[in-house]
Ligand binder design. Structure first.
Ligand code: 13P
Length: 337
């Protein structure tokens, strides 16, 4: 294992107030996104959208890496240039989602386990040849009246560590993503407890399986109340609770925490990250972003599947990317409406 190389990539991912664009929606999930703007889920449309993302001029100033889905890593832009080459031209590091999705967990009603370990060693070797330098695996933890079960946290933590070790052996820096979902009416205290428990389970397994913490990135959820909870916490409370939770659970050897947005609005995701860095950010690791929806929502809406709207869509993406980069420095100011 080349730890220097893994750590170098991890540090580059969180360098200079930059973060990640998660554009690794599976074909099914991408279908939902395209449906929301009335566009058919066909390969050419998925390519057109992702091509406009990676061609946005100057994106590399704010975005260190883009997480791709298998199809995109192999894809060529409309003019025949490989997508990976377009990214490299902007000094953006290509990454790859390597899990094959969250499936129903046997014996645990309503809970999921993420699959994709079979053949992973071989796939990692191929992805490295195709130009990827980091990888992502997302585990899903659901909060409910009797959920999550310890069993679900344990199997997901085990799989995350197995994945991370395989990636490190194969030369890809792993993003370890245990997502505690926002769905439900639970309060912020409950999210805090479940996130703490989940992260403990994950780091236990990472230690047990000898994953090098210096050569990985953690992609956690923020500590927030469920979307249906009547009492929503303010920006500063979310920021403070999140940083405290991370300080309890995440060893200082991890170079960076790159949060997921998980269904927060674009503005919420930026403002909360900004508050963490502005007010509570004396931390051993960088606090950055790895947003999917919170970077792409307004861009997708501006595009509407029409070539004529590419410039407007790219401007919307760049605006969110710039805002989140500022949030990494605690220097974000909301634009007056
Ligand atoms: P969201 O920011 O939309 O949650 O997506 C991030 C991601 O990569 C989820 O795995």
């Amino acid at each position: 294992m080349d730890l220097d190389k893994l750590a170098k990539t991890a540090n580059a991912m969180v360098a200079d107030n930059k973060g990640l664009l998660a554009a690794d929606e599976s074909t099914g999930t991408m279908g939902k996104r395209l449906q929301s703007i009335g566009v058919e889920n066909v390969e050419s449309k998925r390519r057109d959208f992702r091509e406009l993302l990676v061609r946005a001029k100057g994106l590399g100033q704010f975005i260190s890496g883009v997480i791709l889905y298998d199809e995109t890593l192999r894809q060529k832009a409309a003019d025949g240039t490989p997508m990976v080459k377009l990214m490299q031209g902007q000094r953006i590091i290509p990454g790859i989602k390597v899990d094959t999705g969250a499936k129903d967990l046997a014996g645990a009603s309503g809970e999921k386990v993420t699959e994709g370990l079979d053949g992973l060693t071989e796939r990692v070797a191929e992805y490295v040849k195709l130009g990827a330098r980091f990888a992502k695996w997302r585990a899903v933890i659901t909060i409910g009246p009797h959920l999550p079960s310890r069993h679900c946290q344990h199997v997901n933590a085990h799989a995350l560590a197995r994945y991370a070790k395989i990636c490190q052996e194969g030369g890809l820096t792993p993003i370890v993503e245990p997502e505690v979902m926002m769905d439900g009416d639970h309060d912020i205290d409950r999210c805090d407890r479940v996130t703490t428990q989940t992260l403990n389970a994950v780091f236990d397994e990472l230690f047990a399986q000898d994953v090098a913490l210096e050569g990985m990135i953690l992609k956690p959820n923020m500590v927030i109340a469920g979307t249906e909870c009547k009492k929503q916490a303010g920006i500063d409370e979310v920021a403070e609770r999140t940083v405290l939770c991370m300080k309890r659970c995440v060893p200082s050897a991890v170079p960076g925490l790159m949060f997921l947005s998980g269904g927060q609005s674009e503005e919420e995701a930026t403002a909360r990250l900004n508050a963490m860095n502005a007010k509570f950010g004396s931390t051993p690791w960088k606090l950055s972003f790895s947003y999917g929806r919170a970077l792409q929502q307004s861009c997708l809406k501006a595009w509407k599947g029409d070539q004529a709207n590419v410039a407007a869509a790219q401007a919307a993406l760049l605006e969110r990317a710039r805002a989140n980069s500022a949030a990494c420095a605690g220097a974000y100011k909301k634009k007056a409406a």
